[in-house]
Design a protein around this ligand. Structure first.
Ligand code: HEC
Length: 140
């Protein structure tokens, strides 16, 4: 193998490594453990969190929801946005919404967006733990 070919192979490997370290293969071990609560539901547990932290941009009254994603009902969440699916019941690896709120995704994809004008802060660890429990319990 020529030196140039070796460099090429190394560069390709690096790029592939960088890509795979991204959203495609999130490090789910960094997500806070699921809340202990059983019977977590959107109506009782998740909606109040999303109302405060997400509805400004993904709520029922937003004419053009960001990323075409509406967070106002289980049906809309499971339908997902431009890059659906965003929540896959029972599968935290495929649930990009969880990666976004747990801040384990590309910084540009973090939700709520960093430094958003509305100054909506990131979810707390406890809130992320509830979102995780909700998804693991089937996103009802
Ligand atoms: C200040 C506005 C704002 C807030 C608040 C906000 N988002 Fe977003 N959201 C965006 C924007 C903008 C995009 C589109 C990003 C892009 O296209 O690069 C987006 C995209 C998304 C997507 C990806 C949709 C897709 O399929 O492409 C999801 C999921 C999401 N947001 C979830 C949430 C959740 C959950 C919250 C609350 C915890 C939240 N967002 C809060 C602005 C916001």
């Amino acid at each position: 193998m020529s030196i140039r070919k070796i460099y090429g192979a190394v560069a390709t490997g690096l790029v592939a490594g960088l890509l795979s370290a991204n959203a495609a293969d999130p490090d789910v071990s960094k997500i806070p453990p699921a809340a202990d609560k059983q019977g977590v539901t959107y109506a009782a547990d998740i909606k109040p969190i999303f109302e405060k932290s997400c509805f400004k941009c993904h709520g029922p009254d937003v004419e053009k929801p960001k990323g075409k994603f509406k967070a106002d009902s289980v049906a809309n969440i499971l339908k997902g946005g431009e890059n659906a699916p965003n929540v896959v019941p029972g599968d935290i690896k495929k649930s990009t919404l969880l990666h976004a709120v747990a801040l384990i995704t590309d910084p540009d994809d973090v939700m709520p967006p960093k430094d958003n004008k509305a100054k909506i802060p990131p979810l707390t660890k406890e809130q992320v733990a509830l979102v995780r429990a909700w998804i693991e319990q089937g996103a009802k």
